[in-house]
Write a protein that binds this ligand. Sequence first.
Ligand code: ZN
Length: 450
Amino acid sequence: MERGITVARNGSDKTYSGPNDPPSGSGMLQLVEELYPIFRSITGSGVRQTLGVLQKYIPVEMREVPSGTQVFDWTVPQEWNIRQAFIATLDGKRIVDFAAHNLHIVHYSEPMDRVVEIDELRRHLHTIPDAPEWVPYRTSYYSKSWGFCLSQKQLDRMTEPRYRVVIDSSLQDGHLTYGELLVQGRCDETVLVSTHICHPSLANDNLSGIAVATALARCISEPQPRYSYRFLFVPGTIGSLSWLATNEDKLQNIKYGLVLSCLGDAGDVTYKRSRQGTAPIDRIVSHVLRHDGRPSKIVPFTPFGYDERQYCSPGIDLPVGCLMRTQPGGYPEYHTSADNPEYLRPDSLAHSLAILQQIVGVIEGDASYRNCSPKGEPQLGRRGLYRAMGGQSAVGDQHMALLWVLNLSDGKHSMLDIAEQAGLPFASIRTAATALAATDLLAPLSNNSP
Ligand code: ZN
């Protein structure tokens, strides 16, 4: 039976059925576990295999860009694939074996099969002396090299004068592969959601973003959303550059954007602002986090990190922020074998998805209305909107939301403006506006309203 993203319903996990059911944290973790053993790099069969798995859950399309394609200042590299790699004693005992862990090989290592003196070999070995059980993650995409990553404990056991080193890899003209899913909305204005897909066997940095983005795509595809949503599953840097360089005509439609990564650890949510700093997406995420009830952190844009570096380069300058929990490099397990599925918390994955759904809720629900009875307060009671019992000194948030919507719906304030001024969560302002719009008191100002 096909493994499905599961959804919590009435306290039990069931196979995902309805497109609007939010996948559960354990369902997303299950997808992480399914993708974890696949070897991925910036090119090669692992990216295709990964997208093949995602296609069981969402109709993501595979795009291929030929090696040698010029993308802005970069060139799409040759396609790198690897079948086996190991370091063995001269009598054939394998000391370090790629078959045992995907992190053991430095990405883009050139093919070789020769006996190497230990002094030369050591210059090609990478360990983490402070965490002697862990294997680090290293890449050398754009300079010719070879190397292995291993635990310090493995290295300490290497006492022979020479070893046989075998790397059965190929570096040939081929393609860079990425995934793209467009959920066409009622308008062409677009929300960009991008996550990287180039890390092998690393759970929080890479797979958590893939799992949460996949879950989000499932949540919003039906009924048809107001905005269009473009999901990109791209190899870091070269993948986003490839998409940007070949889709410049689509950039003007991107009104909001988020890069997703590191969304499954136990840390608090961190939002990194777009380069613009005060773009609508920055304001929306700030609003959602302020009303979330859990601690969170908002940090300014820096030209370092994930693909926001490309989306927010000066000649592109899209309103794209980055949603994370603990920032890359901010946890010791980052880029090591300890960033594995056991490091992830289902509750954190579920909370990250819930935050994204609220962000989408504001994007979809924000609009401006006109109070059709602006002279004096309209009489809410005869429209069934006012509690029957008067005289209480305080009113609830829901009633305050009605009063705020009526008072500020003067054509100059959006629902988000009103929520901010009222100090109320967007959802209660949205609920009040929907209730008022069902009467003769409130009318939308534009055609493209929720
Ligand atoms: Zn990384």
